[in-house]
Ligand binder design. Structure first.
Ligand code: PLP
Length: 399
């Protein structure tokens, strides 16, 4: 009798491959076959890492900084992260110190470590939805249950404290917030965050706040949980250099957490990845401390704004139902109303790729199957080609 070589363990039996990475992989496979593919699926800035940051990495390597570091990250980087947290003008609560900070291999690892450390079997974790595909899987890997909480269309799909209260049970242990949001670009204002945090702290829930897109914002500022006076102690803030500094491949992120949680996350990391890449940590110090960083971020954000506005003009003139992004670099567009096919977004993304050679992400990846996501972290002509193709797919579908 032949036995299958491999049956996935219980740990990963339910795990689904990241849908955003799957689209990019399919687009790359078609490109390898010689098709011209416009990739609007990827979630990474299309700008090079600024030179002063690359120079800092070269200098670190030349100085022999190529060995293991402390598991929680080098002190100058943790100091720089703490200093930025304390410098926030509306900063409330106790001071952030380096002992609150764990440097990780991308913010993705910080999110995973936080979920794995705070949640376990039987716990329920509220996920304002639509949300980034990996949250649901990370919570599942911790053997906890992600609970989908949908936001209303007239609030840009954001949730309120009442929505969360209704979804909670006696097993609810926490909540995963993301503002600016991937995939919608929606930004929670201070009043909305305050209301949610008051509920969380009165219920004793942990709040993990993914603030990776906070610096990519178009109107004013996106508040951090560090700005919320009532945030309480059960808060883990996750951020990193990937998006704001165009450093996706350097893999540096971090968590700011109470010292006990930071120590538990460090212990977990000590048995999995050890420290984040050493030269990349030195590069991140330059990103966070150099005066050259702010103009570089402003230039990138103003380019994103130009692309967003040009794409929105096309979508509005075609009467598309699009959420006007206030941050991040994604357009979230409704392509079905539930009456035709529950997977309208998947069908639309397939047609865009196979018929037009344009890769976009189906909303099912974010648990919103009637929607699709277009990234405008791509050259403007690509974005406009993609948005125009989408409007023609929508028109032909409605005929
Ligand atoms: N959080 C969100 C919402 C993201 O969209 C991404 C990347 O796409 C990440 C976290 C991961 O970022 P990093 O490259 O820092 O791991």
């Amino acid at each position: 009798m032949s036995r299958a070589l491999f049956a996935p363990s219980m740990n990963v039996a339910e795990l689904r491959e990241s849908a955003t990475i799957a689209v990019s992989a399919r687009a790359k496979a078609l490109a390898a076959e010689g098709r011209r593919i416009v990739d609007l699926g990827a979630g990474e800035p299309d700008f090079p890492t600024p030179k002063f940051i690359c120079d800092a990495a070269h200098a670190a390597i030349d100085a022999g900084r190529t060995r293991y570091t402390q598991v929680e990250g080098i002190l100058p980087l943790r100091q720089a992260i703490a200093a930025r947290a304390n410098a926030r003008p509306r900063r409330s609560g106790t001071e952030v110190t380096p002992s609150n900070v764990v440097v990780t291999t991308g913010s993705k690892q910080a999110l995973f470590d936080a979920c794995f450390t705070l949640f376990g079997a039987g716990d329920e974790v509220l996920v304002p939805t639509p949300a980034w595909t990996s949250y649901y899987e990370m919570i599942g890997l911790a053997r906890a249950v992600p609970v989908v909480v949908r936001g209303a269309r007239d609030r840009e799909l954001k949730v309120t404290a009442d929505d969360l209260r209704r979804a909670a049970t006696s097993r609810t242990r926490g909540l995963l917030l993301n503002s600016p949001c991937n995939p919608t670009g929606a930004v929670y204002d201070l009043a909305e965050l305050t209301e949610i945090l008051e509920l969380a702290s009165s219920e004793g829930w942990w709040v993990i706040s993914d603030e990776i897109y906070r610096r990519i914002v178009y109107d004013g500022e996106a508040p951090s949980l560090l700005d919320v006076p009532s945030a309480g102690e059960r808060v883990v803030i996750v951020d990193g250099v990937a998006k704001a500094y165009s450093m996706t491949g350097w893999r540096i992120g971090w968590a700011i957490a109470p010292p006990t949680v930071a120590r538990a996350m460090t212990a977990l990391q000590s048995h999995t990845t050890s420290n984040a890449s050493t030269p990349a940590q030195y590069a991140a110090v330059a990103a966070l401390t150099s005066a050259e960083a702010e103009p570089a971020i402003r230039a990138m954000v103003s380019e994103f704004r130009r692309r967003r506005d040009a794409a929105l003009r096309i979508l509005h003139s075609a009467d598309a139902d699009v959420i006007e992004p206030r941050g991040a670099f994604y357009l979230f567009i409704r392509v079905g109303d539930g009456s035709q096919s529950p997977e309208a977004g998947t069908i639309c993304a397939q047609r865009m790729l196979e018929e037009h050679g344009i890769a976009i992400v189906p909303g099912a990846a974010f648990r919103a199957p009637e929607w699709v996501r277009i990234s405008y972290a791509a050259p403007e002509e690509h974005v406009l080609t993609g948005v125009s193709a989408l409007t023609s797919v929508l028109e032909s579908a409605s005929r």
